[in-house]
Design a protein around this ligand. Structure first.
Ligand SMILES: Cc1cc2nc3c(=O)[nH]c(=O)nc-3n(C[C@H](O)[C@H](O)[C@H](O)COP(=O)(O)OP(=O)(O)OC[C@H]3O[C@@H](n4cnc5c(N)ncnc54)[C@H](O)[C@@H]3O)c2cc1C
Length: 366
């Protein structure tokens, strides 16, 4: 039985839990509790690893932009560019995209086919215009996660692995948490960074669920002929039916699937990979020689698809750090700073100037 009482127990040591532990640990005692053998096994270890200013919608842009400086400072971004491609029938979607993101601070421009073909040789004729995001980058996700875990450790945070929390209740003025294998942990504040399990954890702790739903997303690594050039952009369908990008001479391809799923160790479905390849072949002329590997992960969204950062409406010792959807890597630095300033009751740091934390508060659900 543990006698140590931590200021903060963070359940989940993926990107969310690790980044927040790194921000909190210089100021408070922190314990990260992770169900798996090692942190990063679930969504964090399965991402497509891009930082795209517009991904996630206009209300996510401020978090993505505010994270850029930290990621650049630590040399974690590599220039790529993103091309949101459209056919004649998608023209209104291009207009909508440009209108939706104008004034958000994201850099976007309309490209015609002549400019598109320079960026993506082999593009089929029906793709005639695009929105271009020059600032889009690849993120070194493993290095970012490792950096946060190292910073948390340097700040004195502890990490318990193979500890799935199955019970959580108040004991006097602190939380008493129990893992499936019988370990017990004490903390003043319980932080929910449980990714796809966020609602389940809230339920265990006696707080209401918020309707955070996991959705499966599939990615396949393809060997193609010709092989993609490493300078090729991330290519996304403006209608949201695929994206692909080069990765070390191979192509990473997703059908942009979004299948509701229970929280689990997600596995890729053959059909999703087949659909993705079919869509790819309608975009570019190339032969798919082999599916070298494929994987799936869960992206977890609140009902309004914005992240949930803040103190629970009913239990002020329960803090939500969940619902990071498809943008939890690219927004991690800003999200962790925002959450830490709320938890430590400190002013928000300069990179977050202009961000309204109320927009992301769980209290918006009433
Ligand atoms: C295919 C795919 C592509 C993506 N591409 C991108 C991208 O290009 N850019 C981007 O920014 N984002 C991307 N994302 C989203 C990003 O990966 C997630 O938003 C982010 O990883 C979420 O981090 P997390 O820490 O909340 O979740 P996770 O990494 O899933 O971590 C949650 C952890 O909580 C643990 N846990 C849960 N319940 C308990 C419990 N009861 N006790 C103890 N531990 C528990 C789990 O074991 C898990 O390790 C992608 C996601 C997927 C699936």
């Amino acid at each position: 039985m543990s006698e140590t009482r931590y200021d903060f127990a963070i359940v989940g040591a993926g990107m969310a839990g690790a980044s927040l532990a790194a921000e909190l640990s210089p100021h408070a005692s922190v314990l990260m509790i992770e169900a798996e053998d090692q942190p990063g096994y679930h969504a964090t270890g399965r991402s497509a690893a891009f930082w795209d200013e517009c991904y996630g919608g206009p209300d996510v842009v401020p978090l993505t932009l505010a994270s850029g400086a930290f990621l650049r400072e630590h040399d974690l971004l590599t220039q790529r560019g993103a091309l949101h491609i459209a056919r004649a029938q998608d023209s209104a979607k291009v207009d909508r995209f440009l209108a939706e993101f104008s004034g958000t601070g994201a850099t976007i421009e309309r490209l015609d086919r002549g400019e598109m073909i320079k960026k993506l040789p082999g593009l089929r004729e029906e793709w005639i215009e695009a929105v271009w995001e020059p600032a889009c980058c690849d993120i070194d996700v493993g290095a970012l996660h490792a950096l946060y875990l190292a910073r948390a450790k340097a700040g004195g945070a502890k990490l318990a692995v193979r500890a799935r929390i199955t019970q959580a209740g108040h004991k006097g003025d602190c939380w008493q948490l129990r893992s499936a294998d019988g370990r017990e942990f004490l903390a003043s504040t319980l932080i929910n960074a449980a990714g796809a399990w966020a609602d389940e954890l809230a339920d265990i702790a006696g707080c209401g669920k918020l309707g955070i739903t996991p959705y499966r997303r599939t990615v396949a690594q393809l060997r193609t002929n010709p092989a993609p050039s490493q300078t090729q952009p991330l290519v996304l369908d403006i209608s949201g039916h695929f994206y692909f990008k080069p990765e070390s001479g191979r192509l990473w391809l997703s059908p942009h699937d979004e299948e509701p799923s229970p929280a689990c160790d997600a596995a890729p479905e053959e059909l999703a990979v087949a659909a993705a390849i079919d869509r790819l072949q309608q975009v570019v002329r190339l032969d798919v020689e082999r599916v070298e590997t494929k994987w799936a992960g869960l992206r977890s969204f609140a009902p309004d698809r914005l992240p949930v950062y803040g103190t629970d409406a009913r239990d002020t010792d329960f803090f939500w750090f969940a619902g990071q959807g498809g943008f939890g890597i690219q927004t991690a630095p800003a999200a962790a700073q925002l959450a830490a300033s709320i938890l430590l009751n400190q002013p928000m740091p300069a990179p977050l100037a202009g961000i309204d934390p109320k927009k992301y508060s769980p209290r918006r659900f009433g």
